[in-house]
Design a binder for this molecule. Sequence first.
Ligand SMILES: [Zn+2]
Length: 285
Amino acid sequence: MKNRDLYQTSFVLFSILLIIFFSRSLLFHYWDFISSAGTFSHDNKVSSDEMNDTHADGEAPSDQEAENRRTQEDHNSPRILIDPGHQKIGDYSREPLSPLTNATTYRMSTGTIGVSSGKYESALVLQIALQLEEELSQRGYDVILTRYEQDVNISNKERALMAAEHDADLLLSIHGDGYQDSRIHGASVLAPRLMNDTREKQSGVFGTHLINEYSKSTSARNRGVHYRSHLAVLNWSNVPSVLIELGFMTNPEEDEKMQDPDYQVKMVQGLANGIESYFSSLDDD
Ligand SMILES: [Zn+2]
């Protein structure tokens, strides 16, 4: 009788401990979710960039500032702000996610890494951004980059605000994708979800031109345009802005392809064609 009581009491105590343990971890999980993400997409794919929103501690490189000031005067041709995503070392302190909410997000994440090439996303996208700068300049555009080197600390919000600072007409943030399933491949565009603001619409139009031309030029799978509210680099901008995922660095074939100079020419041509196509669609109106 005594033994049975003891067993029963022990069982009850053990059950209570189990319940406390699991509800705590659930609670922590939920807390992490609401505090880090703000709004998460319900898409079947949440890429590395969507998981690790970003950024830096406020000091902009001075040579970059001079460069930016130089081009800040009147400009006749469209001015494109190109953002090579990430930086050599991420900054996981936080910054405001958007002018529309009180949520915060990482200033800048480190980004993904090529599963086959071993190359950092930040290095690949800088390489592409520099080639795109050259191509767009040849086509008569004004081009500014948010960063010209790896060793910087500039947050997503700070990058977005450069669009207004430098009177840009368009912002294009360039990224490489990452996902746990290495079979997933293709390119996609993320546009800001802004409560149906006109900038959301313009960004969507720009994104559609961009992804169509990019996938036409590269033959990469066209994964379309998706609207997201948790990307500070798009939220804080004042011009049509999109983020392109060039391809999956977690897919061995696509990762290798994106390192190939001939394929890079196709990528750069596709991006430039998309920008050009967007501006000519505005002329048609
Ligand atoms: Zn990225």
